[in-house]
Design a protein around this ligand. Structure first.
Ligand code: RBV
Length: 418
């Protein structure tokens, strides 16, 4: 019986080349693969994973498998699967259910397929898989030692579930590791979102008004990189502290009601719905480009945009021209889904190296300790963070200083002053 459903197994050769390229740029994860492939600490684990099927994720999947785990995988977004990578994983005998451009029904069908082997661990990006277990198949929960969560939005969902007393097993918030959010969310999102915008439009960024909605870590990355390309960056926020940070970084801050009139390119990175709605679309300039890099596709209100449009035409991959009644055109990228994963390839391998090293170590931790943990959201240890940072630095060829005994004594000596 086939243990996969993908677009085309014939794409496997290309996928293998992409995965090999990612492997050459993910030294921390490869170090962990080497370290654990003999010992096989995940032997006996059945891991259901739901995370973008990219070349980087493939390196994680192969590492989990090398450490002894049985795997069943689905993508966590209907538009992010790289079909050649999915084919390469299937060709290696791994169980995978994912293809690019699937419907929402197919998306959940794929998740359900991965649950058929009764997982003992779950790995999420956005919490759709774990939520599926809780809402549709709670009978699976007693056999599940623990789960992990990759992204900010998923961690928010899980914390809300835990607070409501609804979480049936412990989860590790991989996103909250410093070697994840302070790198992946900032530099990863910054580069890959610009990459997605450029691939979908080939637009010149220099001199454009580039509006970033949300100045969290992802928004900060987008703003920083857009400025680097010569754009004039405008930030919109609801949080005074985040807004203040943006102004002191030199970005202009204003409400979306004003930004909507002057922006050339808009990107949402808030994790909240209805950030750009009808009244904003109505004010936009002819030729404005709108996209989203938040986990879910609710930040741009597409019902509003399509409702205002007299025609919608895909003019190039991931770029739809929405023509309004008065002839103005608004260009919607990647149907409002994560522009970096749908229109480009997601974050670069080098940064996913740290995120996925955290995922891998969190899986080992859950396998070993899950049954003794409270049914709540846990964070990775400082030791894990430091170990990943140390190995990453070492593989990049950097060395750092060490505190002397006298310096340590000084730090701990509260009496030492002027
Ligand atoms: N993300 N994965 C990739 N190349 O595999 N790129 C981005 C990749 C993850 C990232 O960690 C983020 O938290 C999540 O996608 C949002 O869904």
């Amino acid at each position: 019986m086939e243990t996969y459903k993908i677009k085309d197994i014939g794409l496997a050769e290309n996928g293998k080349k992409k995965i090999a390229w990612a492997e050459s740029r993910m030294p921390v994860l490869m170090h962990l693969r080497k370290k654990f492939e003999k010992e096989k600490p995940l032997k006996g684990a059945r891991i259901a994973g739901c995370l973008h099927v990219t070349k980087e994720t493939a390196v994680l999947v192969k590492t989990l498998s090398a450490a002894g785990a049985e795997i069943s995988w689905s993508g966590c977004n209907p538009l992010s699967t790289q079909d050649d990578v999915a084919a390469a994983l299937a060709a290696e005998g791994l169980s995978i259910y994912a293809w690019h451009g699937q419907s929402v029904e197919d998306f959940y069908w794929c998740i359900d397929k991965t649950l058929e082997f009764r997982p003992t661990l779950t790995l999420d990006d956005g919490a759709d898989l774990i939520f599926r277990v809780h809402s549709k198949q709670p009978a699976l929960a007693p056999d599940i030692l623990g789960g992990t969560e990759e992204t900010t939005t998923g961690v928010h969902r899980l914390r809300a579930m835990a607070e409501a007393g609804k979480l049936l097993y412990p989860v590790m918030a991989v996103n909250d590791a410093e070697t994840k959010w302070d790198f992946d969310n900032v530099y990863g999102t910054g580069q890959s979102s610009i990459d997605g915008i450029v691939r979908a439009t080939s637009i010149l960024l220099a001199g454009k008004n580039f509006v970033v909605a949300g100045y969290g870590h992802c928004g900060k990355g987008c703003a920083m990189r857009a400025r680097g390309m010569g754009a004039r960056v405008i930030v919109t926020e609801v949080d005074p502290i985040a807004a203040l940070k943006a102004t002191l970084e030199g970005f202009e801050v204003m409400p979306m009601d004003r930004a909507s009139k002057i922006g050339d390119i808009f990107i949402t990175a808030t994790g909240v719905k209805d950030v750009i709605v009808e009244r904003h679309f109505k004010e936009m300039k002819d030729g404005a480009v709108v996209c989203n890099t938040g986990h879910y596709d609710c930040e741009l209100n597409l019902n509003d945009l399509y409702g205002l449009s007299t025609s919608v035409t895909e003019i190039r991959p991931n770029n739809e021209a929405c023509v309004l009644k008065d002839g103005r055109r608004i260009y919607l990228l990647a149907k409002g889904r994560l522009v970096n994963l749908a229109a480009a390839e997601g974050h670069p391998s080098e940064v996913m190296d740290m995120s996925f090293a955290n995922q891998f170590l969190a899986m080992l931790y859950m396998m070993k300790n899950g049954k003794n943990l409270g049914k709540t959201v846990h964070t990775v240890s400082k030791e894990q963070d430091r170990e990943i940072a140390s190995v990453k630095l070492e593989t990049m060829g950097f060395t750092i200083d060490t505190l002397t005994a006298a310096q340590i004594a000084y730090i701990n000596d509260y009496a030492a002053g002027t």
